[in-house]
Write a protein that binds this ligand. Structure first.
Ligand code: NAD
Length: 541
Protein backbone atom coordinates (compact mmCIF):
# COMPACT_ATOMS: atom_id res chain seq x y z
CA UNK A 1 0.00 0.00 0.00
CA UNK A 2 1.40 3.45 -0.92
CA UNK A 3 2.00 6.15 1.71
CA UNK A 4 4.67 7.98 3.69
CA UNK A 5 6.59 11.19 3.13
CA UNK A 6 9.01 9.97 0.41
CA UNK A 7 8.54 11.28 -3.10
CA UNK A 8 9.35 9.03 -6.05
CA UNK A 9 8.10 11.55 -8.60
CA UNK A 10 9.27 15.10 -9.26
CA UNK A 11 6.50 16.67 -7.20
CA UNK A 12 3.50 15.90 -5.01
CA UNK A 13 1.05 16.38 -7.88
CA UNK A 14 2.62 13.55 -9.89
CA UNK A 15 3.35 11.46 -6.79
CA UNK A 16 -0.27 11.70 -5.64
CA UNK A 17 -1.65 10.50 -8.97
CA UNK A 18 0.82 7.62 -8.88
CA UNK A 19 -0.35 6.68 -5.38
CA UNK A 20 -3.97 6.81 -6.51
CA UNK A 21 -3.22 4.34 -9.29
CA UNK A 22 -1.42 2.05 -6.83
CA UNK A 23 -4.28 2.44 -4.39
CA UNK A 24 -7.10 1.37 -6.73
CA UNK A 25 -5.19 -1.81 -7.43
CA UNK A 26 -4.40 -2.45 -3.78
CA UNK A 27 -8.10 -2.34 -2.85
CA UNK A 28 -9.42 -3.73 -6.15
CA UNK A 29 -11.23 -7.04 -6.71
CA UNK A 30 -8.79 -8.72 -9.12
CA UNK A 31 -5.55 -6.71 -9.20
CA UNK A 32 -3.63 -9.39 -11.13
CA UNK A 33 -5.85 -8.64 -14.09
CA UNK A 34 -5.89 -4.91 -13.31
CA UNK A 35 -9.62 -5.20 -12.50
CA UNK A 36 -10.83 -2.86 -9.77
CA UNK A 37 -14.57 -3.64 -9.65
CA UNK A 38 -17.81 -4.23 -11.61
CA UNK A 39 -16.44 -7.32 -13.40
CA UNK A 40 -14.33 -5.47 -15.99
CA UNK A 41 -13.64 -1.98 -14.60
CA UNK A 42 -9.86 -1.67 -15.09
CA UNK A 43 -7.15 0.69 -13.87
CA UNK A 44 -5.06 0.34 -17.05
CA UNK A 45 -5.35 -1.47 -20.39
CA UNK A 46 -2.65 -4.09 -19.71
CA UNK A 47 0.55 -4.48 -17.69
CA UNK A 48 2.74 -2.80 -20.32
CA UNK A 49 0.44 0.25 -20.17
CA UNK A 50 0.49 0.16 -16.38
CA UNK A 51 4.30 0.11 -16.28
CA UNK A 52 4.60 2.97 -18.74
CA UNK A 53 2.07 5.06 -16.78
CA UNK A 54 4.01 4.45 -13.56
CA UNK A 55 7.34 5.30 -15.21
CA UNK A 56 5.90 8.46 -16.77
CA UNK A 57 4.31 9.72 -13.56
CA UNK A 58 7.66 9.24 -11.83
CA UNK A 59 9.65 11.16 -14.42
CA UNK A 60 7.31 13.79 -15.91
CA UNK A 61 7.64 17.49 -15.19
CA UNK A 62 4.89 19.72 -13.85
CA UNK A 63 4.43 21.44 -17.17
CA UNK A 64 3.68 18.26 -19.09
CA UNK A 65 0.40 16.41 -19.70
CA UNK A 66 0.07 12.65 -20.03
CA UNK A 67 -2.62 11.47 -22.46
CA UNK A 68 -4.33 8.17 -21.72
CA UNK A 69 -6.68 6.46 -24.19
CA UNK A 70 -8.73 3.62 -22.68
CA UNK A 71 -6.09 2.77 -20.11
CA UNK A 72 -3.12 3.03 -22.46
CA UNK A 73 -0.63 5.91 -22.20
CA UNK A 74 -0.38 7.49 -25.64
CA UNK A 75 1.86 10.51 -25.28
CA UNK A 76 3.49 13.02 -23.02
CA UNK A 77 3.17 16.58 -24.25
CA UNK A 78 4.50 19.95 -23.17
CA UNK A 79 1.68 22.10 -21.82
CA UNK A 80 2.12 24.39 -18.80
CA UNK A 81 2.16 24.13 -15.02
CA UNK A 82 -1.52 25.08 -14.68
CA UNK A 83 -2.70 22.41 -17.12
CA UNK A 84 -3.88 18.98 -15.96
CA UNK A 85 -1.08 16.46 -15.49
CA UNK A 86 -3.23 13.63 -16.84
CA UNK A 87 -6.18 13.63 -19.20
CA UNK A 88 -8.02 10.44 -20.12
CA UNK A 89 -10.71 9.28 -22.51
CA UNK A 90 -11.89 5.77 -21.68
CA UNK A 91 -14.16 3.50 -23.68
CA UNK A 92 -15.92 6.13 -25.78
CA UNK A 93 -17.44 4.37 -28.82
CA UNK A 94 -19.11 6.09 -31.74
CA UNK A 95 -22.91 5.94 -31.22
CA UNK A 96 -23.82 3.45 -33.94
CA UNK A 97 -21.18 1.00 -32.64
CA UNK A 98 -21.68 1.54 -28.91
CA UNK A 99 -22.91 -1.99 -28.17
CA UNK A 100 -21.73 -4.70 -25.79
CA UNK A 101 -20.70 -7.08 -28.64
CA UNK A 102 -18.51 -4.40 -30.29
CA UNK A 103 -16.95 -3.53 -26.94
CA UNK A 104 -16.11 -7.20 -26.22
CA UNK A 105 -14.51 -7.60 -29.66
CA UNK A 106 -12.40 -4.44 -29.28
CA UNK A 107 -11.48 -5.50 -25.73
CA UNK A 108 -10.36 -8.93 -26.98
CA UNK A 109 -8.20 -7.25 -29.60
CA UNK A 110 -6.62 -5.14 -26.83
CA UNK A 111 -7.83 -1.87 -28.40
CA UNK A 112 -9.98 -0.60 -25.57
CA UNK A 113 -10.75 -1.10 -21.91
CA UNK A 114 -13.56 -0.01 -19.63
CA UNK A 115 -12.70 2.20 -16.70
CA UNK A 116 -15.93 1.76 -14.77
CA UNK A 117 -16.42 5.16 -13.23
CA UNK A 118 -13.69 5.53 -10.64
CA UNK A 119 -11.52 2.51 -11.56
CA UNK A 120 -9.92 3.79 -14.76
CA UNK A 121 -9.75 7.26 -13.24
CA UNK A 122 -7.84 5.93 -10.16
CA UNK A 123 -10.43 7.41 -7.79
CA UNK A 124 -11.90 4.25 -6.24
CA UNK A 125 -11.66 4.23 -2.43
CA UNK A 126 -12.95 0.72 -1.75
CA UNK A 127 -16.50 -0.02 -0.71
CA UNK A 128 -16.61 3.20 1.29
CA UNK A 129 -17.01 5.14 -1.97
CA UNK A 130 -20.51 3.90 -2.55
CA UNK A 131 -21.54 3.32 1.05
CA UNK A 132 -22.84 6.76 1.90
CA UNK A 133 -24.97 6.76 -1.26
CA UNK A 134 -26.45 3.39 -0.28
CA UNK A 135 -27.02 4.59 3.28
CA UNK A 136 -28.67 7.83 2.12
CA UNK A 137 -31.01 5.82 -0.14
CA UNK A 138 -32.03 3.62 2.82
CA UNK A 139 -32.61 6.70 4.99
CA UNK A 140 -34.70 8.45 2.33
CA UNK A 141 -36.85 5.30 2.20
CA UNK A 142 -37.03 5.30 6.00
CA UNK A 143 -38.34 8.87 5.89
CA UNK A 144 -40.76 8.14 3.06
CA UNK A 145 -42.23 4.87 4.28
CA UNK A 146 -41.17 3.95 7.81
CA UNK A 147 -41.44 7.05 10.02
CA UNK A 148 -37.74 7.80 9.73
CA UNK A 149 -36.34 4.51 11.06
CA UNK A 150 -35.43 1.12 9.59
CA UNK A 151 -35.14 -0.58 12.99
CA UNK A 152 -37.21 -3.76 12.74
CA UNK A 153 -37.24 -3.66 8.92
CA UNK A 154 -36.00 -6.36 6.50
CA UNK A 155 -33.90 -5.40 3.46
CA UNK A 156 -33.32 -8.06 0.78
CA UNK A 157 -30.58 -7.49 -1.77
CA UNK A 158 -27.86 -9.31 -3.73
CA UNK A 159 -24.25 -8.68 -4.73
CA UNK A 160 -21.24 -8.55 -2.43
CA UNK A 161 -18.74 -7.27 -5.01
CA UNK A 162 -16.65 -4.10 -5.09
CA UNK A 163 -19.67 -1.81 -4.85
CA UNK A 164 -22.42 -4.15 -3.72
CA UNK A 165 -20.21 -5.12 -0.78
CA UNK A 166 -21.13 -1.80 0.85
CA UNK A 167 -24.77 -2.85 1.19
CA UNK A 168 -24.58 -4.96 4.36
CA UNK A 169 -22.74 -2.25 6.26
CA UNK A 170 -24.99 0.52 4.92
CA UNK A 171 -28.03 -1.52 5.96
CA UNK A 172 -26.64 -2.10 9.43
CA UNK A 173 -25.77 1.60 9.78
CA UNK A 174 -29.40 2.32 8.89
CA UNK A 175 -30.34 -0.09 11.74
CA UNK A 176 -32.09 -2.60 9.47
CA UNK A 177 -31.80 -6.40 9.24
CA UNK A 178 -30.27 -6.93 5.80
CA UNK A 179 -29.89 -10.18 3.84
CA UNK A 180 -27.40 -10.10 0.94
CA UNK A 181 -27.24 -12.97 -1.55
CA UNK A 182 -24.09 -13.63 -3.58
CA UNK A 183 -23.31 -16.60 -5.77
CA UNK A 184 -19.58 -16.46 -5.03
CA UNK A 185 -18.50 -17.67 -1.55
CA UNK A 186 -15.17 -15.83 -1.94
CA UNK A 187 -16.95 -12.47 -2.18
CA UNK A 188 -18.94 -13.17 0.97
CA UNK A 189 -15.81 -14.25 2.80
CA UNK A 190 -13.93 -11.10 1.74
CA UNK A 191 -16.72 -8.77 2.92
CA UNK A 192 -16.84 -10.50 6.28
CA UNK A 193 -13.07 -10.36 6.59
CA UNK A 194 -12.94 -6.58 6.02
CA UNK A 195 -15.79 -5.96 8.45
CA UNK A 196 -18.57 -5.06 6.01
CA UNK A 197 -20.65 -8.19 6.64
CA UNK A 198 -21.37 -9.71 10.03
CA UNK A 199 -22.62 -13.27 9.42
CA UNK A 200 -22.69 -15.82 6.61
CA UNK A 201 -25.69 -18.16 6.90
CA UNK A 202 -25.25 -21.81 5.83
CA UNK A 203 -28.65 -21.96 4.06
CA UNK A 204 -31.78 -19.96 3.30
CA UNK A 205 -33.80 -21.32 6.25
CA UNK A 206 -31.12 -20.24 8.72
CA UNK A 207 -30.70 -16.87 6.98
CA UNK A 208 -34.42 -16.12 7.20
CA UNK A 209 -34.56 -17.23 10.83
CA UNK A 210 -31.65 -14.91 11.68
CA UNK A 211 -33.34 -12.00 9.89
CA UNK A 212 -36.66 -12.79 11.52
CA UNK A 213 -35.15 -12.74 15.02
CA UNK A 214 -33.34 -9.45 14.33
CA UNK A 215 -36.52 -7.88 12.96
CA UNK A 216 -38.48 -8.95 16.04
CA UNK A 217 -35.81 -7.52 18.36
CA UNK A 218 -35.42 -4.41 16.18
CA UNK A 219 -31.71 -5.27 16.08
CA UNK A 220 -29.42 -4.18 13.24
CA UNK A 221 -27.90 -7.24 11.51
CA UNK A 222 -26.22 -8.09 8.21
CA UNK A 223 -26.39 -11.65 6.90
CA UNK A 224 -24.76 -13.01 3.76
CA UNK A 225 -26.09 -16.03 1.90
CA UNK A 226 -24.25 -17.91 -0.84
CA UNK A 227 -26.71 -18.61 -3.63
CA UNK A 228 -28.07 -17.34 -6.89
CA UNK A 229 -30.45 -14.39 -6.51
CA UNK A 230 -32.52 -15.71 -9.43
CA UNK A 231 -33.23 -18.80 -7.29
CA UNK A 232 -33.38 -17.18 -3.86
CA UNK A 233 -35.66 -14.18 -4.62
CA UNK A 234 -38.44 -16.31 -6.21
CA UNK A 235 -38.11 -18.85 -3.37
CA UNK A 236 -38.58 -16.13 -0.72
CA UNK A 237 -41.61 -14.84 -2.67
CA UNK A 238 -42.98 -18.40 -2.96
CA UNK A 239 -42.83 -18.73 0.83
CA UNK A 240 -45.05 -15.65 1.10
CA UNK A 241 -42.38 -13.56 2.84
CA UNK A 242 -42.39 -9.87 1.88
CA UNK A 243 -39.26 -7.89 2.77
CA UNK A 244 -39.75 -4.19 3.52
CA UNK A 245 -37.14 -3.09 0.96
CA UNK A 246 -35.80 -5.01 -2.05
CA UNK A 247 -33.03 -4.14 -4.47
CA UNK A 248 -30.12 -5.85 -6.23
CA UNK A 249 -26.48 -5.08 -6.93
CA UNK A 250 -25.28 -8.09 -8.86
CA UNK A 251 -23.28 -7.01 -11.90
CA UNK A 252 -26.33 -7.48 -14.11
CA UNK A 253 -25.09 -4.76 -16.46
CA UNK A 254 -22.62 -7.29 -17.91
CA UNK A 255 -24.27 -10.51 -19.10
CA UNK A 256 -20.95 -12.18 -19.91
CA UNK A 257 -18.30 -11.08 -17.41
CA UNK A 258 -20.58 -10.01 -14.55
CA UNK A 259 -23.90 -11.75 -13.97
CA UNK A 260 -23.99 -15.46 -13.13
CA UNK A 261 -27.12 -17.16 -14.53
CA UNK A 262 -29.02 -19.62 -12.36
CA UNK A 263 -28.39 -23.28 -13.13
CA UNK A 264 -24.68 -22.67 -13.84
CA UNK A 265 -21.72 -23.14 -11.51
CA UNK A 266 -19.07 -20.45 -11.25
CA UNK A 267 -16.61 -22.80 -13.00
CA UNK A 268 -19.02 -23.35 -15.90
CA UNK A 269 -19.51 -19.61 -16.25
CA UNK A 270 -15.76 -18.94 -16.22
CA UNK A 271 -15.27 -21.53 -18.99
CA UNK A 272 -18.17 -20.20 -21.08
CA UNK A 273 -16.75 -16.68 -20.93
CA UNK A 274 -13.93 -18.02 -23.09
CA UNK A 275 -15.68 -20.66 -25.17
CA UNK A 276 -19.25 -19.46 -25.72
CA UNK A 277 -20.05 -15.90 -24.60
CA UNK A 278 -23.18 -15.90 -26.77
CA UNK A 279 -24.70 -18.81 -24.83
CA UNK A 280 -23.76 -17.10 -21.57
CA UNK A 281 -25.39 -13.83 -22.61
CA UNK A 282 -28.64 -15.61 -23.45
CA UNK A 283 -28.54 -17.63 -20.21
CA UNK A 284 -27.91 -14.51 -18.12
CA UNK A 285 -30.78 -12.62 -19.73
CA UNK A 286 -33.08 -15.63 -19.23
CA UNK A 287 -32.05 -15.82 -15.56
CA UNK A 288 -32.67 -12.11 -14.98
CA UNK A 289 -36.32 -12.64 -15.99
CA UNK A 290 -37.37 -14.63 -12.85
CA UNK A 291 -34.98 -12.51 -10.76
CA UNK A 292 -36.80 -9.29 -11.73
CA UNK A 293 -40.24 -10.93 -11.80
CA UNK A 294 -39.72 -11.78 -8.12
CA UNK A 295 -38.75 -8.16 -7.44
CA UNK A 296 -41.96 -7.03 -9.16
CA UNK A 297 -43.94 -9.54 -7.10
CA UNK A 298 -42.45 -8.10 -3.89
CA UNK A 299 -43.42 -4.64 -5.15
CA UNK A 300 -47.02 -5.76 -5.81
CA UNK A 301 -47.17 -7.10 -2.25
CA UNK A 302 -46.10 -3.75 -0.83
CA UNK A 303 -42.29 -3.82 -0.59
CA UNK A 304 -40.28 -0.71 -1.51
CA UNK A 305 -38.37 -2.00 -4.54
CA UNK A 306 -35.77 -0.04 -6.49
CA UNK A 307 -33.05 -0.48 -9.10
CA UNK A 308 -29.65 0.40 -7.64
CA UNK A 309 -27.90 1.27 -10.87
CA UNK A 310 -26.96 -2.11 -12.31
CA UNK A 311 -29.19 -2.04 -15.41
CA UNK A 312 -31.15 -5.10 -14.24
CA UNK A 313 -34.51 -3.63 -15.40
CA UNK A 314 -33.08 -2.91 -18.84
CA UNK A 315 -31.81 -6.47 -19.18
CA UNK A 316 -35.14 -7.85 -17.93
CA UNK A 317 -37.13 -5.75 -20.38
CA UNK A 318 -34.96 -7.01 -23.22
CA UNK A 319 -35.61 -10.52 -21.90
CA UNK A 320 -39.38 -9.93 -22.19
CA UNK A 321 -40.44 -8.46 -18.81
CA UNK A 322 -42.57 -5.67 -20.27
CA UNK A 323 -43.23 -3.94 -16.94
CA UNK A 324 -39.66 -4.11 -15.56
CA UNK A 325 -39.61 -0.31 -15.42
CA UNK A 326 -42.41 -0.33 -12.83
CA UNK A 327 -39.38 -0.58 -10.56
CA UNK A 328 -38.05 2.96 -10.07
CA UNK A 329 -34.40 3.99 -10.33
CA UNK A 330 -32.83 5.14 -7.04
CA UNK A 331 -31.68 8.51 -8.37
CA UNK A 332 -35.10 9.68 -9.42
CA UNK A 333 -36.90 8.04 -6.50
CA UNK A 334 -34.72 9.27 -3.65
CA UNK A 335 -31.67 11.37 -4.51
CA UNK A 336 -32.68 13.84 -7.23
CA UNK A 337 -33.47 16.73 -4.83
CA UNK A 338 -29.87 16.44 -3.58
CA UNK A 339 -28.34 16.25 -7.06
CA UNK A 340 -30.45 19.24 -8.16
CA UNK A 341 -28.46 21.24 -5.59
CA UNK A 342 -25.22 19.51 -6.70
CA UNK A 343 -24.97 17.72 -3.35
CA UNK A 344 -23.20 14.48 -4.15
CA UNK A 345 -20.43 11.98 -3.37
CA UNK A 346 -17.35 14.12 -2.73
CA UNK A 347 -14.31 12.33 -1.27
CA UNK A 348 -10.72 12.82 -0.18
CA UNK A 349 -7.72 10.61 0.44
CA UNK A 350 -4.72 11.03 2.74
CA UNK A 351 -1.60 10.55 0.65
CA UNK A 352 0.37 9.91 3.85
CA UNK A 353 -1.46 6.63 4.43
CA UNK A 354 -2.04 7.94 7.96
CA UNK A 355 -5.66 7.56 9.21
CA UNK A 356 -5.06 10.41 11.69
CA UNK A 357 -5.02 12.83 8.77
CA UNK A 358 -8.57 11.75 7.89
CA UNK A 359 -9.65 12.06 11.52
CA UNK A 360 -8.26 15.60 11.68
CA UNK A 361 -10.17 16.47 8.51
CA UNK A 362 -13.32 14.94 10.04
CA UNK A 363 -12.92 17.31 13.01
CA UNK A 364 -12.44 20.27 10.73
CA UNK A 365 -15.46 19.32 8.63
CA UNK A 366 -17.66 19.07 11.72
CA UNK A 367 -16.46 22.50 12.90
CA UNK A 368 -17.13 24.02 9.50
CA UNK A 369 -20.61 22.58 8.90
CA UNK A 370 -22.22 22.08 12.33
CA UNK A 371 -25.73 22.67 10.93
CA UNK A 372 -25.42 20.29 7.97
CA UNK A 373 -27.41 17.31 9.25
CA UNK A 374 -26.42 14.94 6.43
CA UNK A 375 -22.72 15.63 7.05
CA UNK A 376 -22.71 15.55 10.86
CA UNK A 377 -24.80 12.38 11.00
CA UNK A 378 -22.64 10.70 8.37
CA UNK A 379 -19.25 11.56 9.87
CA UNK A 380 -20.38 10.24 13.26
CA UNK A 381 -21.48 6.97 11.68
CA UNK A 382 -18.50 6.66 9.35
CA UNK A 383 -16.04 7.13 12.20
CA UNK A 384 -17.60 4.38 14.17
CA UNK A 385 -18.47 1.84 11.44
CA UNK A 386 -16.22 2.21 8.39
CA UNK A 387 -12.86 0.47 8.33
CA UNK A 388 -10.23 2.15 6.17
CA UNK A 389 -9.14 0.27 3.03
CA UNK A 390 -5.96 1.22 1.20
CA UNK A 391 -5.09 4.91 1.46
CA UNK A 392 -7.30 6.25 4.27
CA UNK A 393 -10.22 8.12 2.74
CA UNK A 394 -13.50 9.73 3.58
CA UNK A 395 -16.60 10.44 1.58
CA UNK A 396 -19.20 13.06 2.45
CA UNK A 397 -22.07 14.35 0.35
CA UNK A 398 -21.28 18.06 0.02
CA UNK A 399 -22.67 20.61 -2.40
CA UNK A 400 -21.74 23.77 -4.27
CA UNK A 401 -19.32 25.98 -2.35
CA UNK A 402 -19.06 23.52 0.53
CA UNK A 403 -16.62 21.29 -1.37
CA UNK A 404 -14.37 24.25 -2.19
CA UNK A 405 -14.47 25.57 1.39
CA UNK A 406 -13.42 22.22 2.80
CA UNK A 407 -10.69 21.65 0.21
CA UNK A 408 -9.19 25.09 0.80
CA UNK A 409 -9.23 24.53 4.56
CA UNK A 410 -7.47 21.19 4.06
CA UNK A 411 -4.91 22.75 1.72
CA UNK A 412 -4.21 25.24 4.49
CA UNK A 413 -3.80 22.41 7.00
CA UNK A 414 -1.26 20.78 4.67
CA UNK A 415 0.60 24.10 4.35
CA UNK A 416 0.75 24.51 8.14
CA UNK A 417 1.98 20.95 8.69
CA UNK A 418 -1.21 19.94 10.51
CA UNK A 419 -1.50 16.95 8.16
CA UNK A 420 1.39 14.63 7.45
CA UNK A 421 1.21 14.82 3.63
CA UNK A 422 -0.98 16.21 0.81
CA UNK A 423 -4.59 15.18 0.31
CA UNK A 424 -6.35 14.47 -2.98
CA UNK A 425 -9.96 15.45 -3.69
CA UNK A 426 -12.22 13.74 -6.18
CA UNK A 427 -15.81 12.54 -6.46
CA UNK A 428 -17.84 9.75 -7.95
CA UNK A 429 -18.78 10.22 -11.59
CA UNK A 430 -22.39 9.80 -10.47
CA UNK A 431 -22.62 13.49 -9.73
CA UNK A 432 -24.84 16.35 -10.80
CA UNK A 433 -23.04 17.77 -13.83
CA UNK A 434 -20.87 14.77 -14.51
CA UNK A 435 -23.09 12.02 -15.81
CA UNK A 436 -25.54 11.29 -18.60
CA UNK A 437 -27.03 7.86 -17.99
CA UNK A 438 -30.67 7.61 -19.06
CA UNK A 439 -31.29 4.38 -17.10
CA UNK A 440 -29.57 5.55 -13.93
CA UNK A 441 -28.63 9.17 -13.33
CA UNK A 442 -30.77 11.02 -15.84
CA UNK A 443 -33.81 8.78 -16.02
CA UNK A 444 -37.07 10.74 -16.43
CA UNK A 445 -35.52 14.19 -16.17
CA UNK A 446 -38.19 16.89 -15.91
CA UNK A 447 -37.52 18.27 -19.40
CA UNK A 448 -36.91 14.88 -21.08
CA UNK A 449 -33.18 15.59 -21.59
CA UNK A 450 -32.21 12.13 -20.26
CA UNK A 451 -30.08 11.00 -23.19
CA UNK A 452 -28.12 14.19 -23.85
CA UNK A 453 -24.42 13.60 -23.19
CA UNK A 454 -23.29 17.21 -23.66
CA UNK A 455 -23.21 17.83 -19.90
CA UNK A 456 -20.38 15.45 -18.91
CA UNK A 457 -18.40 16.56 -21.96
CA UNK A 458 -18.83 20.21 -21.02
CA UNK A 459 -17.88 19.28 -17.47
CA UNK A 460 -14.62 17.64 -18.54
CA UNK A 461 -13.65 20.60 -20.73
CA UNK A 462 -14.55 23.00 -17.94
CA UNK A 463 -12.41 21.03 -15.49
CA UNK A 464 -9.43 21.19 -17.85
CA UNK A 465 -9.85 24.96 -18.13
CA UNK A 466 -10.20 25.11 -14.36
CA UNK A 467 -6.75 23.59 -13.80
CA UNK A 468 -7.73 20.24 -12.28
CA UNK A 469 -4.85 17.75 -11.95
CA UNK A 470 -6.61 14.82 -13.61
CA UNK A 471 -9.63 14.97 -15.91
CA UNK A 472 -11.35 12.03 -17.53
CA UNK A 473 -14.27 11.24 -19.84
CA UNK A 474 -15.64 7.70 -19.51
CA UNK A 475 -18.32 5.87 -21.45
CA UNK A 476 -19.82 2.49 -20.72
CA UNK A 477 -18.26 -0.87 -21.51
CA UNK A 478 -19.79 -4.37 -21.48
CA UNK A 479 -23.54 -4.04 -20.96
CA UNK A 480 -23.16 -0.32 -20.27
CA UNK A 481 -21.82 0.30 -23.80
CA UNK A 482 -24.06 2.90 -25.35
CA UNK A 483 -25.80 3.62 -22.05
CA UNK A 484 -23.73 6.35 -20.45
CA UNK A 485 -21.03 9.00 -20.50
CA UNK A 486 -19.44 10.58 -17.44
CA UNK A 487 -16.66 12.92 -16.38
CA UNK A 488 -14.24 12.62 -13.47
CA UNK A 489 -11.86 14.95 -11.68
CA UNK A 490 -9.03 14.81 -9.17
CA UNK A 491 -7.25 17.77 -7.59
CA UNK A 492 -4.24 17.56 -5.28
CA UNK A 493 -4.09 19.74 -2.17
CA UNK A 494 -0.33 19.98 -1.61
CA UNK A 495 -0.48 23.10 0.54
CA UNK A 496 0.72 25.51 -2.16
CA UNK A 497 -0.99 28.68 -3.40
CA UNK A 498 -1.16 27.07 -6.86
CA UNK A 499 -3.12 24.16 -5.38
CA UNK A 500 -5.51 26.59 -3.69
CA UNK A 501 -6.16 28.18 -7.08
CA UNK A 502 -6.73 24.79 -8.74
CA UNK A 503 -9.04 23.55 -5.99
CA UNK A 504 -11.01 26.75 -5.99
CA UNK A 505 -11.63 26.88 -9.74
CA UNK A 506 -12.10 23.17 -10.42
CA UNK A 507 -14.36 22.27 -7.48
CA UNK A 508 -16.47 25.43 -7.68
CA UNK A 509 -17.02 25.19 -11.42
CA UNK A 510 -17.74 21.46 -11.30
CA UNK A 511 -20.69 21.88 -8.92
CA UNK A 512 -21.78 25.14 -10.60
CA UNK A 513 -22.24 23.14 -13.79
CA UNK A 514 -24.15 20.52 -11.80
CA UNK A 515 -26.62 23.10 -10.49
CA UNK A 516 -26.97 24.62 -13.97
CA UNK A 517 -27.66 21.22 -15.54
CA UNK A 518 -30.63 20.68 -13.22
CA UNK A 519 -31.78 24.32 -13.41
CA UNK A 520 -31.82 23.95 -17.17
CA UNK A 521 -34.02 20.87 -16.78
CA UNK A 522 -36.44 22.92 -14.64
CA UNK A 523 -35.77 21.75 -11.06
CA UNK A 524 -36.94 24.28 -8.43
CA UNK A 525 -34.17 23.39 -5.94
CA UNK A 526 -31.59 24.37 -8.57
CA UNK A 527 -33.11 27.81 -9.19
CA UNK A 528 -33.01 28.44 -5.45
CA UNK A 529 -29.35 27.39 -5.38
CA UNK A 530 -28.54 29.65 -8.35
CA UNK A 531 -30.10 32.61 -6.49
CA UNK A 532 -28.70 31.78 -3.06
CA UNK A 533 -25.13 31.12 -4.19
CA UNK A 534 -24.87 33.53 -7.12
CA UNK A 535 -24.16 30.86 -9.74
CA UNK A 536 -23.74 32.33 -13.23
CA UNK A 537 -26.60 30.44 -14.91
CA UNK A 538 -27.91 32.44 -17.86
CA UNK A 539 -31.42 30.97 -17.80
CA UNK A 540 -32.16 31.14 -21.54
CA UNK A 541 -35.52 29.45 -22.31
P1 NAD B 1 -18.75 -6.81 -8.93
O1 NAD B 1 -18.61 -7.44 -10.26
O2 NAD B 1 -17.54 -6.46 -8.14
O3 NAD B 1 -19.70 -7.72 -8.02
C1 NAD B 1 -20.90 -8.28 -8.47
C2 NAD B 1 -21.28 -9.42 -7.55
O4 NAD B 1 -22.50 -10.00 -8.00
C3 NAD B 1 -20.24 -10.54 -7.52
O5 NAD B 1 -19.84 -10.76 -6.20
C4 NAD B 1 -20.98 -11.74 -8.13
O6 NAD B 1 -20.57 -12.96 -7.56
C5 NAD B 1 -22.41 -11.42 -7.81
N1 NAD B 1 -23.39 -12.07 -8.70
C6 NAD B 1 -23.42 -12.10 -10.04
N2 NAD B 1 -24.52 -12.74 -10.49
C7 NAD B 1 -25.21 -13.11 -9.39
C8 NAD B 1 -26.44 -13.78 -9.20
N3 NAD B 1 -27.19 -14.18 -10.23
N4 NAD B 1 -26.85 -14.02 -7.93
C9 NAD B 1 -26.12 -13.62 -6.86
N5 NAD B 1 -24.95 -12.98 -7.00
C10 NAD B 1 -24.50 -12.71 -8.25
O7 NAD B 1 -19.65 -5.50 -9.18
P2 NAD B 1 -19.86 -4.24 -8.19
O8 NAD B 1 -18.72 -3.30 -8.34
O9 NAD B 1 -20.23 -4.69 -6.85
O10 NAD B 1 -21.10 -3.54 -8.89
C11 NAD B 1 -22.37 -4.21 -8.91
C12 NAD B 1 -23.33 -3.49 -9.83
O11 NAD B 1 -23.69 -2.20 -9.29
C13 NAD B 1 -22.72 -3.22 -11.20
O12 NAD B 1 -23.70 -3.40 -12.19
C14 NAD B 1 -22.31 -1.78 -11.08
O13 NAD B 1 -22.16 -1.15 -12.31
C15 NAD B 1 -23.45 -1.22 -10.26
N6 NAD B 1 -23.07 0.01 -9.53
C16 NAD B 1 -24.03 0.90 -9.12
C17 NAD B 1 -23.64 2.02 -8.39
C18 NAD B 1 -24.59 3.03 -7.88
O14 NAD B 1 -24.22 4.17 -7.72
N7 NAD B 1 -25.78 2.68 -7.53
C19 NAD B 1 -22.33 2.26 -8.07
C20 NAD B 1 -21.41 1.33 -8.49
C21 NAD B 1 -21.78 0.21 -9.17
Amino acid sequence: MPGGPELRAKGWRQESLLRLLENVLSVGEDPENLVVYAALGKAARNWASHEKIVETLKTMDEDQTLLIQSGKPIGLLKTHAKAPLVIMANCNLVGQWARAEVFYELERKGLICWGGLTAGAWQYIGSQGVIQGTYEIFMRIAEKRFSGSLAGRFILTAGLGGMGGAQPLAGRMAEAAILVVDVDPERARKRREIGYLEEIAPDLDTALAMIDAAVRDKRALSVGLVGNAADIYPEIARRGIVPDIVTDQTSAHDLVYGYVPRGYTLEEVRALRKTNPTELMAASRASIVPHVEAMLEFQRRGAEVFDNGNLIRTQAREGGVANAFDIPIFTEAYLRPLFARAIGPFRWMAQSGNPDDIRRIDDRLLQMFPDNRIVTNWIGLARCHIPFEGLPARIAWLGHGERTQLALAVNDMVAKGELSAPVTFSRDHLDAGAMAHPNIMTERMKDGSDAIADWPLLDAMLLCSSMADLVVVHSGGGGYAGYMTSAGVTVVADGTQAAAERLSHALTNDTALGVMRYADAGYEESFEEVERKGIGYLGVK
